[in-house]
Design a protein around this ligand. Structure first.
Ligand SMILES: Cc1cc2nc3c(=O)[nH]c(=O)nc-3n(C[C@H](O)[C@H](O)[C@H](O)COP(=O)(O)O)c2cc1C
Length: 146
């Protein structure tokens, strides 16, 4: 069964709501095994077909736990080339983090990213949660059709 991993950080629950909606959408595709976590070792990243990485923007940047995941993966030289990816996150005014994640997964790791990154101003509303569910389903469909 194709595996899809959703990794995220959230300090006040907004990005978490997005992650849960992404998971709900991905799980609607029955033949995909979906995991939702705060952290994964480089080997775990190598085992899945698709990775969602979510971070809120704090101080114009990706949060430390998410940076750590990226740094460990880079150090271990984990092969993510060609895997499907998507970036998401809540923000307050500038919202750099999801775009930074997208750029790193695409340019450093060679992942096939769904663009643009999904960003939500503060708490996601129902329409934005629907977008998150749609993105989850889109990526899950992508990895089952290959
Ligand atoms: C100390 C602090 C710094 C922040 N820095 C930024 C920032 O640089 N750019 C931005 O867009 N939002 C910034 N925010 C707003 C958060 O991104 C926003 O509250 C977001 O909804 C938090 O998501 P979370 O609930 O998933 O942690 C900041 C918030 C706090 C409390």
């Amino acid at each position: 069964m194709a595996k899809l991993l959703i990794l995220y950080d959230s300090q006040t629950g907004n990005t978490e709501k997005m992650a849960e909606a992404v998971a709900e959408g991905a799980k609607s595709v029955a033949v995909v095994e979906v995991s939702v976590k705060y952290y994964a070792r480089p080997e775990e990243l190598a085992e899945v077909s698709a990775i969602f990485l979510g971070s809120p923007t704090y101080y114009h940047s990706v949060t430390l736990p998410i940076k750590q995941i990226l740094e460990e993966a880079a150090k271990a030289n984990v092969q993510l080339k060609g895997k499907v990816g998507a970036a998401f996150g809540s923000y307050g005014w500038s919202g750099e983090a999801p775009r930074q994640i997208l750029e790193i997964l695409k340019n450093r790791f060679g992942m096939q990213m769904v663009e643009p990154a999904l960003t939500v101003l503060y708490t996601p509303n129902e329409a934005q949660l629907k977008e998150c569910r749609n993105l989850g389903k889109t990526v899950a469909d992508k990895i089952t059709s290959v």
